[in-house]
Write a new protein. Structure first.
Length: 129
């Protein structure tokens, strides 16, 4: 990649990375607050998003410094923070999928328990008037 294209790409990563990192932090705070009202463990996905946003902002900062100075240390830090961001997103997805599967299983268990208990027997669907 030629230096001019690389510099433009790094500037784009810096700008969009900062904006996206801020959005991750805001959305993570909203998710953590809404999840904390139900159960304390409900705040975990929001905290993971906040941490991911921080790593993305650090990566964007290093990309901006790399565009200005083109130092090897900035490149290493940018890639290290981006790797942490990707790891946190993977953990967030795994937690989200696991919670979704558990919620679906719990829904069907409670539905079957309701049917077995006669919860839906009170409905007279074929009444004649």
């Amino acid at each position: 990649m030629n230096p001019e294209t690389m510099n433009k790409t790094l500037i784009s990563i810096s700008k969009w990375g900062k904006a996206t990192g801020i959005l991750f932090i805001i959305m993570g705070a909203i998710t953590a607050l809404s999840g904390a009202f139900f159960f304390l463990i409900g705040a975990v996905p929001g905290v993971l998003q906040i941490i991911s946003g921080i790593f993305l902002m650090r990566s964007a900062k290093e990309a901006g410094q790399m565009a200005e100075h083109n130092s090897g240390q900035s490149e290493d830090l940018m890639l290290e923070n981006y790797a942490k961001f990707v790891k946190m997103q993977g953990i967030y997805l795994i937690v989200s999928i696991a919670v979704s599967i558990l919620a679906i299983i719990a829904f069907f268990i409670f539905l079957m328990l309701g049917i077995a208990d006669g919860l839906f027997n009170d409905y007279n669907t074929y009444s004649s008037y």
